[in-house]
Design a protein around this ligand. Structure first.
Ligand code: AKB
Length: 327
């Protein structure tokens, strides 16, 4: 299916038309920007249930899409002649625990709609998974691509379900399903919402603002992380990878692994006066069951994944970006 798509676009010269759900979360606007640069402004339709800012609307097509409303999704796919779908809508790990029924609706029932829609309209579909798809019985350092997955959050359970259902639709119906398991993603102009790795974004904002940083994880809690530019590039590379290179449809990807005390030390090179305290909360229990170091060697071997940003590059670029935003 994927091969046909690639040949088709190369032959008739038409770029793929791409729908992004949950587009106003941490990753959507950045991905829309990247894809519009490659395929043209009108080829990428950003969608969400949120009222957009003027900037979002000016940047390219934006539509209302409720992933729980199958007809609404059908209408968008037909009207915009969608070829590829990137499905970002989900409740993250910490927020999911606060509203399990809603997480089940959005993360599981919503995914069912996306799978059926993609099958019906022969879409290539990308669904992000996460380090949160592993649990306390998984090997944590390192966590390989194929291993035990018994997560203990509804977010993790829903993502294992997404991986398995996507791979099932691929084998059973030939659906061109593609999935990457992301670590914590660190970005400067969009905020994550309700995750366990969010502290690694907050610290940069607090350091810049001269605020005291209170960390909800213990200083030695190691988690895999990546800068948003690496994350979005890995997503695009997976999206366009020739199908014959994909020995599986779900890959781990990462760039680095650090603890709060390690990122604090690096941030203090820029802001030596930063005050930090630690007050672990319920997110600590989640982090304690997640991978510490993510083994993404399969992605590196099969389709050439390579990250650009390590911890020191991350700090440099985050502070450059935040300074530019202030200017
Ligand atoms: C979360 O912390 O829930 C997310 C993730 C790692 O999937 N950022």
């Amino acid at each position: 299916v994927g091969g046909q798509h690639i040949r088709q676009y190369h032959q008739n010269g038409d770029p793929p038309r791409i729908l992004i759900t949950g587009g106003l979360g941490q990753l959507g606007t950045g991905l829309a920007h990247l894809l519009r640069g490659k395929y043209g402004k009108e080829s990428v339709i950003l969608s969400d249930i949120v009222k957009p800012s003027k900037e979002i609307v000016q940047a390219g097509p934006y539509v209302f899409a409720d992933i729980l409303d199958f007809k609404c999704l059908q209408e968008i796919v037909v009207t915009y002649r969608i070829d590829w779908l990137v499905h970002f809508s989900a409740l993250l790990s910490a927020i999911g625990e606060q509203n399990v029924p809603l997480a089940i609706r959005v993360n599981i029932e919503g995914l069912h709609n996306i799978m059926e829609l993609s099958k019906q309209y022969n879409l290539r579909v990308f669904v992000p998974s996460t380090i949160g798809a592993f649990g306390p019985t998984s090997p944590r350092n390192p966590t390989p691509n194929l291993t035990i997955q018994r997560p203990q959050t509804i977010y993790g359970v829903s993502k294992v379900h997404a991986e398995l259902l996507g791979e099932y639709y691929h084998h059973r119906f030939g659906l061109d399903f593609r999935c990457l398991r992301f670590p914590g993603v660190i970005s400067s102009d969009t905020q994550p919402g309700g995750g366990t790795t969010d502290y690694a974004v907050q610290i940069f904002h607090d350091a810049m603002a001269g605020n005291h940083f209170e960390c909800y994880l213990r200083p030695n809690t190691r988690l895999p992380m990546m800068y948003i530019e690496d994350c979005l590039r890995s997503l695009w590379e997976m999206l366009v990878a020739p199908p014959e290179k994909l020995r599986t449809r779900t890959y781990n990807v990462t760039a680095m692994s650090f603890t709060p005390e390690e990122v604090v030390a690096e941030v203090k090179k820029h802001f030596p006066e930063l005050k930090v305290t630690y007050r672990p909360d319920s997110r600590q229990k989640i982090a304690d069951t997640w991978p510490e170091v993510f083994d993404d060697s399969e992605a590196r071997k099969d389709w050439g994944w390579a990250h650009d940003y390590d911890l020191s590059d991350l700090c440099n670029i985050m502070f450059d970006n935040l300074k530019n935003q202030q200017a």
